[in-house]
Design a protein around this ligand. Structure first.
Ligand code: GCU
Length: 683
């Protein structure tokens, strides 16, 4: 099939790069396949002759249900469990004599294995390397594109996109840049990502028609990505039966609504047989949903699930539901509580092909949030944890902010305490704790030549895919891989210097960003007017969006305790509900998320709250200046255009971090009247 062709093409390409030769053997090569790296041997599927075997020979073996192809003469195929044990995407990498053997039960496994070989480089051929089976921890590793087909008057072509236009759409039309799409499929597969949604979760008029008369545009994308093992999903509006179907209602209990979804979905599968499914943002930030008909989220999600089930599709139903028309005077409504309040009572009511998609924190992709309590509250529901690779709240791809460590912390968090399962286990599926689901992230890709605007933001795309494959990996090791692949030693002047410099810039950049923007768990001090870029401490303080810090002359923070606050801390299982409830036990980095405390409150770290704010803001801005200096070490060692692009963005990051430092420090100095203990300049 197309995936095997892709594998062969990749092998051929890799061989050509290294002066080698690729050959396809086995039962029946598909018609039209040519061996561009050399003439077919015509030996009927046998292995290479003994004198051809050298230390860098690789055999890629697709283990079918039937007879196994021979590898390196008559040597037996190494064991990897029973046929089928490697799953749809797993692979075994081992040595058989002098030959490196990559074995898979399905074509996607060969493709992932091949990219793994490329990552390993020469070390793949080390005779001492032990054989290992690789399988993804999470079955669906998905990117959501918030791309609009039409240019939206406020949000533009890509909502929260910082890498130029969309690779799929431009000014209301499909771009049909098939070469670019193909390159994108290859990029996704190399990162381990196997699903995407192609349009924004906020579905406007034109985008609603992708489901019906514009389906051909989606089918074309699916055709190009299929050979890379990537399935295409679509964001749909819950009101589709009305908006594009001409019905008077979208009520999930109405027979004609159910019939409409069944019929429409059947047509989708006629066109795209491996279509992934629907992604739905319902009753959230103005999007239509089941509430209009007095139904709940389970009724809504199951309506679409029923239509998709016969075809093997899934519904990603988002849990990002809250009241965005709040009154700031009302202290009892807490946006952080909303997802749990809406969804936890529905556990057990969702169909098997519904995946409830939960943002990793209870608010909205802030630089620091506690892990969402919904993740621990729905053992009978499939859950997807959602990250934001696009850097809406983490520097908008103008700032260096490597998010691998943030995601790794979330995935490693143990909601039931030190002996309990991790978030990653819930997503993978564990008895009594989680039915297993997906990892999903909002994409940071656009039509920018570097894909991600900031060239170093590619590391986030890569890290998301790699952590979704194996959540236990050290984000620094993931970064190492990315550096090797992106700045191959042959293309840089001084590979070790490049590696060290990139680690120095990226490793701790998320915490640096947190230091100058988000003290002790306070988020959202961003500019509403400037699309969440740059500081505006009170920008959301008297707004309907429900994001407040409650700073006054005496103190700062949100009381979310059960005893005196909104009760949000009580949504966690033990021990966290007790830990977060207690001002003494709450981790410093989340203190102001859970508590309102005086400026003089002494942190576990020993400093006072206000002094911590000053210290971290001075430190964060200094670290960014140091990053810019470090980057200058690479002048002449990396591609000049890339060097300049990163350099310009670092200039902006220095400017912006300085602005953050000064506005935050001045704000809290004016509120509290407490001078900086170190006598630094606060304006
Ligand atoms: C954030 C973001 C919106 C987006 C929303 C969502 O609020 O600012 O642009 O639509 O998240 O996740 O649906």
């Amino acid at each position: 099939g197309p995936l095997v062709d892709t594998v062969f093409e990749e092998v051929t390409r890799a061989c050509a790069d290294h002066g080698g030769r690729a050959r396809r053997t086995g039962a029946t090569p598909p018609a039209g396949t040519t061996d561009s790296a050399g003439p077919p041997d015509g030996d009927g599927g046998g292995g290479p002759a003994a004198d051809e075997v050298d230390a860098t020979q690789v055999a890629l073996v697709l283990r079918g249900a039937g007879a196994l192809p021979a590898v390196a003469g008559d040597a037996p195929v190494p064991a990897g469990g029973e046929p089928g044990a490697l799953g749809d995407e797993g692979f075994l990498l081992t040595r058989d004599g002098a030959v490196t053997v990559l074995l898979a039960d399905a074509p996607a496994g060969l493709l992932y294995g091949l990219f793994h070989l490329v990552r390993l480089g020469e070390t793949a051929f080390d005779p001492a390397r032990p054989g290992a089976v690789h399988r993804p921890a999470v079955r669906r590793r998905m990117l959501d594109h918030w791309d609009n087909v039409d240019v939206h008057p406020v949000m533009g072509q890509v909502e929260r996109g910082y890498a130029g236009g969309s690779i799929f759409w431009r000014d209301g039309r499909a771009r049909r840049d098939l070469a670019r799409l193909r390159a994108y499929g290859r990029l996704l597969a190399a990162c381990g990502i196997n699903a995407i949604s192609v349009n924004n979760v906020n579905v406007h008029a034109t985008e609603a028609r992708l489901l019906t008369d514009r389906l051909g545009d989606v089918a074309e994308i699916a055709d190009v990505l299929r050979p890379y093992g990537v399935r295409v999903h679509l964001s749909v509006t819950f009101a589709a039966p009305v908006v594009v179907g001409g019905l008077a209602t979208a009520d999930p209990r109405e027979r004609r609504v159910r019939d409409w979804w069944a019929r429409t979905t059947r047509q989708v599968y006629q066109r795209i047989p491996d279509f992934g499914g629907y992604l739905v943002k319902a009753d959230s930030e103005g999007q239509p949903g089941p509430f209009a008909y007095g139904r709940d989220h389970a009724d809504g999600a199951n309506l679409l699930a029923e239509a998709l089930a016969p075809h093997g599709g899934v519904v990603h139903w988002r849990a990002f539901v809250y009241d965005h028309r709040q009154d700031w005077r009302d202290r009892s409504t807490d946006r952080a509580r909303a997802a749990y309040d809406h969804f936890a009572p529905l556990d057990g009511r969702f169909d098997d092909n519904v995946v409830l998609q939960v943002k990793y924190g209870p608010m909205d992709f802030q630089a620091r949030e506690p892990v969402s309590p919904v993740i621990a509250a729905m053992p009978a529901t499939r859950l997807a944890v959602e990250f934001q690779v696009t850097q809406e709240y983490t520097g908008q791809q103008r700032h260096v902010c490597y998010l691998g460590p943030c995601w790794s912390e979330v995935l490693g968090f143990r909601p039931w305490g030190p002996d309990g399962h991790r978030v990653a286990d819930v997503v993978a599926g564990v008895p009594d704790r989680g039915r297993g689901g997906d990892l999903v992230a909002v994409s940071n890709v656009g039509d920018d030549p570097y894909w991600t605007g900031h060239p170093l933001a590619q590391a986030n795309l890569y890290a998301f895919g790699r952590l979704a494959w194996d959540p236990r990996r050290d984000p620094r090791a993931v970064l190492d891989e990315w550096i090797d692949l992106t700045f191959p030693p042959t293309t840089t002047g001084d590979p070790e210097r490049v590696r060290e410099t990139l680690h120095a810039l990226l490793d701790d950049s998320w915490r640096t960003y947190e230091r100058y923007t988000a003290p002790l768990g306070v988020g959202f001090m961003v500019s509403p007017a400037n699309r969440h870029y740059g500081p505006d401490v009170d920008g959301y303080e008297y707004s309907r969006w429900g994001t407040y810090h409650f700073a006054d002359r005496d103190g700062v923070g949100v009381d979310r305790t059960r005893a005196t606050g909104t009760g949000f801390a009580g949504q966690y299982p033990q021990p966290w509900s007790t830990v977060y409830e207690s001002v003494d036990e709450c981790p410093d980095e989340l203190l102001l998320f859970f508590h309102h405390v005086p400026y003089g409150h002494v942190l576990r770290g020993g400093s006072t709250v206000v002094q911590h704010i000053y210290d971290t803001h001075f430190a964060g801005a200094e670290e960014v200046t140091a990053m810019r200096e470090r980057w200058r070490d690479l002048a002449g060692l990396v591609d000049p255009a890339l060097y300049d692009r990163v350099g310009e963005r670092l200039d902006e990051q220095v400017r912006s971090a300085t602005e953050w430092r000064d506005q935050i420090n001045t704000y809290f100095f004016r509120k509290s009247g407490v001078p900086d203990a170190k006598g630094r300049r606060i304006h």
